[in-house]
Write a new protein. Structure first.
Length: 188
């Protein structure tokens, strides 16, 4: 499956090479632009169906995702699992629950996202769920690019593909990367 997924990323132009500033602030030579992959509804249904298959063994009432990147993934995973999907979004620089979405005490959630490097947005989403007395059964992502620094979300963490992509702090760029203008292709 991971080979098929990488082929889909390449075929849709969603795996980019260059100099990128990630949402985490780290720099990278590669960028997964999942929006380019997920714009194709048949591919979105297939890829998110694969993720739903991996998440189906976890007890879940609702799927939740951080906006913007996780919305399509959350909607498709929720549809595949036959579960409600809600999302959190940025307000004044942090993720919040808006739009009248409700979280009930003891409700069981699966958190989904497109790509994780450090897992900050996923952790913010988990905190929102847990602060309301609810349970996070698992986290699922399409691409886990965290490498050896895999985040500990306090629950099972599954992905369709793990990529060990080098990342660099802004003050420690390799010479070849420093020569290329940086692009910030994310959703911010």
């Amino acid at each position: 499956m991971s080979e098929n997924l990488l082929d889909l990323f390449r075929k849709t132009g969603a795996l980019l090479d260059g100099h990128f500033i990630l949402r985490s602030g780290l720099h990278s030579r590669q960028y997964f632009q999942c929006a380019l992959l997920l714009q194709h509804t048949d591919i979105a249904a297939k890829v998110c169906g694969w993720l739903a298959d991996k998440l189906g063994k976890f007890d879940c009432d609702t799927v939740i995702s951080p906006a913007l990147g996780g919305i399509i993934v959350g909607q498709e995973v929720g549809r595949s699992l036959g579960k409600r999907h809600i999302f959190v979004e940025k307000e004044d620089g942090k993720l919040v629950l808006r739009r009248g979405f409700q979280i009930s005490p003891n409700e069981k959630f699966i958190v989904v996202e497109d790509v994780v490097t450090r897992g900050g947005r996923v952790q913010e989403t988990i905190d929102i769920v847990r602060d309301r007395g609810s349970i996070v059964s698992a986290v699922g992502v399409i691409v886990d690019r965290s490498g050896e620094t895999k985040p500990d979300f306090g629950c099972p963490f599954v992905s369709l593909i793990e990529m060990n992509v080098e990342t660099f702090s802004a003050d420690n760029l390799p010479p070849d990367l420093a020569k290329i203008p940086a692009v910030k292709p994310g959703s911010r």
